[in-house]
Design a protein around this ligand. Structure first.
Ligand SMILES: [Zn+2]
Ligand SMILES: [Zn+2]
Ligand SMILES: [Zn+2]
Length: 285
């Protein structure tokens, strides 16, 4: 605020409102009146929740709210742009990075996980630093690694009787007891399930997000259709896979939440040490 030209102090000692012709103090702002009015309308005469047709409409207001530190308006606007965070995360990330809105960078980096890489070019990318773009990709890579450690054997066969582990047609059991108890977890799994698991992991690599596991097209992959060839698996497969993917989605969400976002400049800090003969020695700390 202080960087803007401030009103000149009136030389008259009378109150400006005493005389209708007296000039009121004026501060010149670079924003146009529509922007400023829309911004003020967010909290005056009463708090309002706005909806925006395009992100650009909201971005202009958000930029001004952030600049003038209008915390209430900024928080309201960040709620209003939630649909754009989900649908145009890269565009919103580029905007957030430009103004170093850390919370918005984290939210959009998270939303970007649901997009298949390599995403299309958008002009907003010209406005962000290579560092900010790198952090977006770095976060994605670390989420990919975290999801790569996910396992499908952590849910008790005894509780769930997963058909891909207990089926006597699809799995060769080493003991007749396994068949009797229906809780074998030791004899491996149906071939169709192994292929399905590979498909799931390949998709998670492409889109390291919970969204991937909730994608309905996952039920159409050919590996899953193979299960329909088995009279036993056919009966329960879709129901069990649905339950299994829900558990897996919870696990994936947990793994991603443990991945540290990296929204601010990171990497080795440069430390300058005075070296011999007046040279500067650069050390990575
Ligand atoms: Zn702000
Ligand atoms: Zn067995
Ligand atoms: Zn089977």
């Amino acid at each position: 605020m202080l960087a803007f030209p401030q009103p000149r102090k009136s030389e008259s000692t009378s109150h400006p409102l005493d005389d209708a012709s007296a000039e009121l103090p004026v501060v010149d702002l670079p924003e146009n009146s529509d922007t400023m009015e829309a911004l003020l309308r967010l909290s005056y005469p009463r708090p309002t929740f706005s909806t925006f047709w395009t992100f650009d409409c909201a971005a202009e207001l958000l930029e001004a709210a952030h600049k003038y530190e209008l915390a209430y308006a900024e928080a309201t606007l960040k709620q209003a742009i939630a649909p754009f965070v989900r649908d145009q995360p890269i565009q919103v990330y580029a905007f957030a990075a430009r103004f170093r809105m850390t919370d918005l960078m984290e939210a959009t980096a998270h939303a970007c996980l649901a997009l298949p890489f390599f995403w299309a070019y958008i002009p907003e990318l010209e406005n962000i630093s290579a560092g900010a773009y790198h952090r977006l990709l770095d976060y994605r890579e670390r989420c990919k690694v975290a999801l790569g450690t996910i396992s499908h054997t952590q849910w008790s066969v005894k509780d769930h009787r997963w058909t891909w582990r207990v089926c006597t047609t699809c799995v060769k059991h080493t003991s007749s007891r396994h068949v009797a108890t229906g809780a074998c977890g030791k004899c491996g799994q149906a071939t169709w399930f192994s292929s399905f698991w590979n498909d799931v992991m390949a998709r998670l690599k492409e889109r390291p997000s919970v969204v991937t596991l909730l994608d309905q097209t996952l039920y159409d992959v050919p590996s899953l259709k193979k299960a329909l060839d088995c009279a036993t698996c056919r009966m329960v497969m879709y129901e069990q896979i649905r339950k299994f993917l829900a558990l897996l989605a919870d696990e994936a969400a947990k793994k991603i939440s443990e991945v540290r976002p990296c929204p601010t400049p990171c990497g080795p800090k440069l430390t300058l040490l005075p070296g011999a003969l007046g040279n500067q020695v650069t050390r990575y700390g």
